[in-house]
Design a protein around this ligand. Structure first.
Ligand code: VGL
Ligand code: ZN
Length: 207
């Protein structure tokens, strides 16, 4: 049965020296390349998501008169305020230079609406609008996703939970994920929640 590999936000701003660097984020690039090579050999599709914000995005603390790391409300939804990151067409928004991009068959952009954040690759945080991901997977007859990327406790988590809700089988490559961990253990908790809701937590060696 055909599976798709979903690489979540492997962008410079989440890696070493990036604006929203996740601890040890660079380590997942090698895992992503190994996973891509396996999927490529099997002729299975590889999808990359990109956090893709306009400069005036309201999730940026500076645009909302708040401090990064604090929590507030944006248009009725709980919002963590972030440093400026992944601004469209800037180097920080580019995929990591060591990622073997030639294997990517589809790119999914999210977070373009300045008024709402968008952690999941499927929907914005208020489920007000959808990306083209679900439609694309349907057209490719894919019901099974293998997911890795950044950050475990935000974009990976919400992507996996939406995938499960939409009826996909989801496997998360734990050694291919790293988290923000605003609170210690956020990433562990996120993996636990994904597992509770039906995801299989695996390692690269299991694929
Ligand atoms: C992400 C925070 C803000 C992520 C994106 O990719 O997990 N986290 N924007
Ligand atoms: Zn973002």
């Amino acid at each position: 049965m055909k599976k798709a590999l979903l690489l979540v936000d492997l962008q410079n701003d989440f890696c070493l020296n990036g604006a929203l660097a996740v601890q040890d984020g660079d380590a997942v690039i090698d895992i992503a390349n190994q996973a891509m090579s396996i999927f490529h050999q099997r002729d299975w599709p590889i999808i990359a998501t990109l956090d893709w914000h306009p400069a005036n995005h309201k999730s940026f603390a500076i645009n909302s008169g708040t401090q990064p790391g604090e929590v507030g409300t944006l248009n009725g939804l709980t919002q963590v305020w972030w440093p400026i990151h992944c601004v469209q067409h800037t180097p920080g928004a580019s995929l990591h230079p060591q990622l073997e991009q030639q294997y990517i068959s589809k790119r999914i952009y999210k977070g373009q609406d300045a008024e709402i954040d968008s952690y999941s690759a499927f929907f914005d945080n208020g489920k007000r609008s959808a990306t083209e991901l679900n439609q694309w997977l349907n057209s490719e007859n894919i019901q099974h996703l293998v997911i890795l990327g950044l950050a475990t406790d935000y974009c990976v988590k919400f992507t996996v939970l939406d995938a499960l809700e939409l009826g996909y089988q989801a496997e998360v490559i734990a050694d291919g994920c790293r988290g923000v961990n605003l609170a210690t253990n956020d990433s562990e908790k996120a993996l636990h929640e994904m597992a509770t809701k039906g995801a299989r937590i695996i390692q690269l060696n299991d694929i």
